[in-house]
Design a protein around this ligand. Structure first.
Ligand SMILES: [Ca+2]
Length: 313
């Protein structure tokens, strides 16, 4: 099996950090061509910095990290410091990155990489608002058919919403960008809240990260400790959901996940339900399926994979 080539588009975010670490710890399955930062959980300056902090934590200063778009296509930026803390990566004390940002805009990196690689060999992994991806599609429509697949974290159907009663954060922040991506015709795999809310960092799972003893395991345990305060208070759940790592885990062990190939459309008009992912889970329309919408995960298998891989860093 040759490693799958991916670009990670991200707004770190503690859970983004874990998703990136999982990818970097799995070179047999995943080749990270580069990372593009986008404004989301925190402003771009911080997400671009945090992405480099994570690469340095993994000892991978060779990964190019590009800064992308600093605001959504048509709306002011909404951020989530209430979840992730002021830095976006609150929890562990990690040094400021020494590695510089790679030259060139993140959107151009996505375009140039897709044009340079063979068609159908690059997967995009968006872990934040879809601004960079949609901007790349608008600027260079020729790249759309060169994408192998998009595996993204975003949306919700049964869990409905987290930033509003009916919308998940990533999609709500830039619904116009999400609309462009979901209408693009690219094969899409969606990790909605429906599945990520089943990937909970319980105390034993957090202890397993910490017990790795290495720098990475302890940092991840401290990140999820921080992240957890918010979700325990909000949902009364037994631990914090690890949203974004579902994306990179799917690339390594897709059999851990199950879902349905359905039509997903994005609400862009209604103030009340802006950014809602209207998934035709029950097949009640004749709208054409455009996404594999994941609904379930083998959570024990997921955490076993994560712990085993983080131990390698
Ligand atoms: Ca994220």
């Amino acid at each position: 099996m040759t490693a799958r080539k991916i670009i990670i588009d991200t707004d770190p975010g503690q859970d983004d950090a874990v998703a990136i670490l999982l990818a970097l710890a799995s070179p047999d399955e995943i080749e990270v061509l580069g990372i593009t930062a986008v404004a989301g959980n925190v402003p771009l300056e911080l997400t671009a910095k945090n992405a480099r902090i994570v690469c340095e934590l993994a000892g991978r200063t060779d990964i190019p990290v590009h800064a992308g778009c600093d605001r959504p296509l048509k709306r002011p930026l909404i951020t989530a410091e209430h979840v992730h803390g002021k830095t976006g990566l609150d929890g562990p004390v990690l040094p400021d990155p020494q590695m510089p940002l790679a030259e060139g805009h993140g959107v151009d990196f996505i375009i140039d990489t897709l044009r340079a690689q063979d068609p159908g060999t690059v997967t995009l992994c968006p872990l934040g608002p879809l601004t960079n991806i949609a901007t790349a599609f608008q600027k260079a429509p020729d790249i759309v058919e060169r994408i192998q697949e998009i595996v993204l974290m975003g949306g919700a159907y049964f869990e409905v919403g987290n930033i509003t009663p009916t919308a998940e954060f990533n999609i709500h922040v830039d619904p116009e960008a999400a609309d462009i991506v979901f209408k693009s015709g690219v094969p899409i795999v969606v990790m909605p809240l429906d599945v990520t809310h089943k990937a909970l960092v319980t105390k034993p799972r957090n202890d397993a990260f910490r017990a790795l003893g290495a720098k990475v395991g302890i940092a991840v345990a401290e990140m999820t400790d921080f992240f957890e305060r918010f979700d325990k208070e909000k949902y009364g759940s037994e631990g914090a959901p690890l949203h974004d790592p579902c994306v990179t885990a799917y690339l390594i062990r897709p059999e851990l996940f199950s879902g349905r190939h359905v039509n997903v459309e994005i609400e862009t008009q209604s103030d009340l339900t802006l950014g809602m992912t209207v998934a035709d889970w029950w097949g009640v329309t004749d709208r054409k399926p455009n996404a594999l919408f994941i609904g379930d995960v083998d959570a024990d298998g997921f955490f076993a994979l994560l712990t085993e891989r983080l131990a390698r860093l």
